[in-house]
Write a protein that binds this ligand. Structure first.
Ligand code: SF4
Length: 315
């Protein structure tokens, strides 16, 4: 683990920016229970004992109480500091430390202790590394597979922008699901994901399928950032053109006054309508609800995803 003392400013690049408006009055459908079960504490202990960082905590995910009560923690590898500065993300930004060579073994051990049937592994962006951290990602996948052969593995990777060969390295380690989030519609990229390029992210997903046509691909969008329904539908078309299997859509929540403001709270009915539209466009699986996150219920969804593909193939 490369965690540093917590007195560092969490988002130094945002410190001098003006405060953004904060939308008060969270609707009932976004209210969750405080995380305080004994099972939550047990998951937390395993993460600490294995010196692991989770996106659940770093991103201040609202589902942490529910997920950790079931041992479902999403591990975030390659440190706690991201080299990008996305306007929606609560993960610490700055210059990261060196990679932890023990991390593959520690992740594999945590998966074993948690008894996970399905694990989601994500990471910070590591633009400072020549391969963006792809070889390390592949090492983690292999270590988890070796120690937990029955566990299905889902990765949620950065875009590996300008890192030739990186995507192939991760795909060749054979995760079961390759997830890369588009996050938002292309018009909002300059404000929301300034360091990323919409068509590079889309192309990444297409490349995964080109390298391994059997691999499940998945992508996620946030709703409530200022996008229109028509723009969401266009992104769905783009994802289907890249042969993406699984789409997740959840409500954007603003981590601090320095982050992108919430444009609006999207209602559960609107999420249901987006899910209907996505299924009509041919996704094998869709999860769209206010609290949906990439890794929310990912294990159960993976079982349904596999079944949906078999049904689609007529078996
Ligand atoms: S939804 Fe994902 S990030 Fe959030 S607590 Fe659950 S596993 Fe962690």
């Amino acid at each position: 683990m490369t965690s540093l003392p917590d007195d560092r400013p969490r988002h130094p690049e945002k410190a001098h920016r003006p405060d953004q408006p904060v939308r008060r009055g969270k609707p009932d459908w976004l209210r969750v229970k405080a995380p305080n079960s004994p099972e939550y504490a047990a998951t937390r202990k395993i993460m600490r004992d294995n010196r692991l960082i989770t996106v659940c905590e770093e991103a201040a995910c609202p589902n942490v109480g529910e997920c950790w009560a079931k041992g479902h923690a999403t591990m975030m590898i390659m440190g706690d500091t991201c080299t990008r500065a996305c306007a929606f993300c609560n993960v610490r930004t700055g210059l990261p430390g060196p990679l932890d060579v023990l991390e593959p073994a520690n992740v594999a051990s945590a998966v074993q202790k948690l008894g996970l049937a399905h694990v989601v592994i994500t990471s910070v962006d590591r633009d400072d590394l020549a391969d963006g951290g792809a070889a390390h990602f592949a090492s983690v996948i292999r270590a988890v597979r070796e120690e937990n052969p029955a566990t299905s593995i889902e990765v949620l990777t950065p875009d590996f922008l300008r890192k030739p060969g990186a995507i192939a390295q991760v795909v060749e380690a054979r995760p079961d699901v390759y997830n890369h989030n588009l996050e938002t519609v292309p018009r909002l990229y300059p404000g929301v994901r300034p360091g990323a390029r919409y068509f590079s992210s889309l192309r990444l997903l297409q490349q995964v399928k080109e390298i391994d046509p059997a691999m499940f691909t998945k992508s996620g969008l946030m709703a409530g950032l200022g996008e229109s329904r028509e723009e969401m539908l266009q992104v769905m078309d783009d994802l289907r053109a890249a042969d993406v299997d699984f789409l997740t859509i959840g409500q954007y929540l603003q981590p601090s006054v320095k982050h992108h403001p919430i444009d609006r709270f999207v209602t559960p009915d609107e999420f249901a309508s987006l899910a209907d539209a996505a299924y009509a466009k041919g996704f094998l699986m869709v999860s769209a609800s206010p609290l949906t996150r990439s890794s929310y219920h990912a294990g159960d969804d993976f079982i349904r995803l596999r079944a949906a593909r078999l049904a689609h193939l007529g078996r």
